[in-house]
Design a binder for this molecule. Structure first.
Ligand code: CMP
Length: 141
C-alpha cells in the first residue's frame, strides 16, 4: 500500500553536509518527498517528539544531541514507505547496520546515527502531525 513516513536528518548528518546524499537515497528507492523543512529543535519540541523514550536512560543524551544543531524533517511517500525507509536507514546502532545503508555510511554512534524514521504507520501519522500542518504536506502524482 502507498504509505507516508516521517524522516529526520539528524544534526550529525546535517553538520557533515550529507542532506543531498540522503535525499538521493530516498528518491532512488522510489520514495517521494512530499513535505520538507529545516529547523532547530527546542528541548520541549524534541522531548515531545521522543515522549515514549522519556524514562529510558539514554533520553537526556538523545535530547541534548537532537537540539545540538539544525535538523531536516521530511515526509516520504511511496509503496511500503515505512519499511522502505527503515531498510534504507539500517539498524539503529551503526555498528550493526548493513553495508550500504545510510547509518552504515554516514553515522558514527547510536546517538549520532544520522537519521530517524517512523517505526509503524501509526507512529508515522502521529509524527507527521507533530511537525507538519495539513497544508504543508503536498499531493504528488
Ligand atoms: P531514533 O530512531 O531517532 O529513536 C530514538 C533514538 O534514541 C534512536 O534513534 C537512537 O539514536 C537513540 N538511542 C540511544 N541509545 C539507544 C538505545 N539503547 N536504544 C534505542 N535508541 C537509542
Amino acid at each position: 500500500a502507498v504509505e507516508r513516513t516521517l524522516s529526520i536528518i539528524k544534526p550529525d548528518a546535517v553538520a557533515k553536509n550529507h542532506i543531498g546524499e540522503i535525499y538521493t537515497r530516498f528518491e532512488g528507492a522510489g520514495l517521494r518527498i512530499v513535505a520538507s523543512k529545516m529547523l532547530r529543535l527546542s528541548d520541549a519540541v524534541a522531548g515531545g517528539f521522543y515522549a515514549e523514550h522519556r524514562e529510558r536512560p539514554f533520553f537526556p543524551a538523545l535530547i541534548e544531541f537532537m537540539t545540538s544543531g539544525p535538523v531536516v524533517v521530511q515526509v516520504l511517500e511511496g509503496e511500503n514507505a515505512v519499511a522502505t525507509n527503515r531498510d534504507l536507514m539500517g539498524a539503529t546502532n551503526p555498528q550493526e547496520a548493513a553495508a550500504g545503508t545510510i547509518r552504515a555510511d554516514f553515522a558514527s554512534s547510536i546517538d549520532a546515527n544520522a537519521v530517524h524514521g517512523s517505526d509503524s504507520t501509526d507512529s508515522a501519522a502521529r509524527e507527521i502531525a507533530y511537525f507538519f500542518a495539513f497544508s504543508e504536506v503536498c499531493e504528488r502524482d
